[in-house]
Design a binder for this molecule. Sequence first.
Ligand SMILES: Nc1ncnc2c1ncn2[C@@H]1O[C@H](COP(=O)(O)OP(=O)(O)O)[C@@H](O)[C@H]1O
Ligand SMILES: [Mg+2]
Length: 347
Amino acid sequence: MTDPGERLRQSLTADQSVGAEFDSPIAAEAMRATRVLHAADQEPFPAPGRIRVITVANQKGGVGKTTSTVNLGVALAMYGLRTLVIDLDPQGNTSTALGVDHTVGTPSIYDALIGDATLAEVAHATTASPHLRCVPATIDLAGAEIELVSVVAREHRLRRAIEAYLREQPPELQPDYVLIDCPPSLGLLTLNALVAGDEVLIPIQCEYYALEGLGQLISNIDLVRAHLNPGISVSTILLTMYDGRTKLADQVADEVRSHFGDLVLKAVIPRNVRVSEAPGYGQSVLTYDPGSRGSTSYVEAARELAERGSRLEPRTPPPPPPPAPSVAALVLGEPVTTRGLTGRHGS
Ligand SMILES: Nc1ncnc2c1ncn2[C@@H]1O[C@H](COP(=O)(O)OP(=O)(O)O)[C@@H](O)[C@H]1O
Ligand SMILES: [Mg+2]
């Protein structure tokens, strides 16, 4: 297995080639910044073979879900791919980082989930790129986990909203990518995101206990695939907050690669202070400090994601899911009732 440190260096080759031409670190960084800032003048990323709905999930908090959703979303959009980012965490950190208002009363994902608005009505423009739109989350969403419990097809709400959005958008506004940022739990919101997505992207922090809880996430994804969304699978693992100075980061990266093989992107996101500063300015790291390692590594990760996506075949409609006894209850660990046997899931 290739040494993860080597992979990180490979993922930053663009930076290194800059270094040869520009003999001071500042000149090299300025050159990297220019490349990111003028992304539109460069070769765009290839379009995906089909619209990709990617759920960014990991029930652990602080592993880089929000940071990765924001920065991958901005990178894809800056390099020409139309992207819709959906903030599904009541904390609204994705909305903050994309500079989208999410004070109480702002039309948000909550309105779309409870059926008061369409996704198109609650999708806001962003300043990062004309190709990027964001559906913000307000604190109202915190109540949705409870409010949705009694709603018909409670676990399908987001999927239906996205399907309607894709049906209604004219071809020139169809997104290439839909990225969904999940809250740090395996509750009804994350379940909605797993039912809505075709793919799961799991960010894994290169720290102690990185793999803790992943078994539970994977078995929930398996349950969702068996009963609610046959099309879902883990397609991408992204190593985040890699600190090349520690042996531990290498060990974690090695362990993740031996578990997940090719699902793991070669690009690794280093721990970089500019990444953590950017949201404070309502920005992604690509716009806040385009020449930083954080920025260039997210561009590389997005490029890899896009290249993999360009090899996807157009989707054939999946077979309908088999009827199941209240699967939401199984996934959420609630007592099993017979409600699901009434055919509610097809409704
Ligand atoms: N590559 C990185 N370098 C430095 N700090 C990071 C990096 N990625 C994320 N962070 C910081 O770590 C914290 C948790 O990240 P976040 O994306 O919010 O995690 P999650 O959404 O999984 O809870 C945030 O303060 C964020 O700014
Ligand atoms: Mg988050």
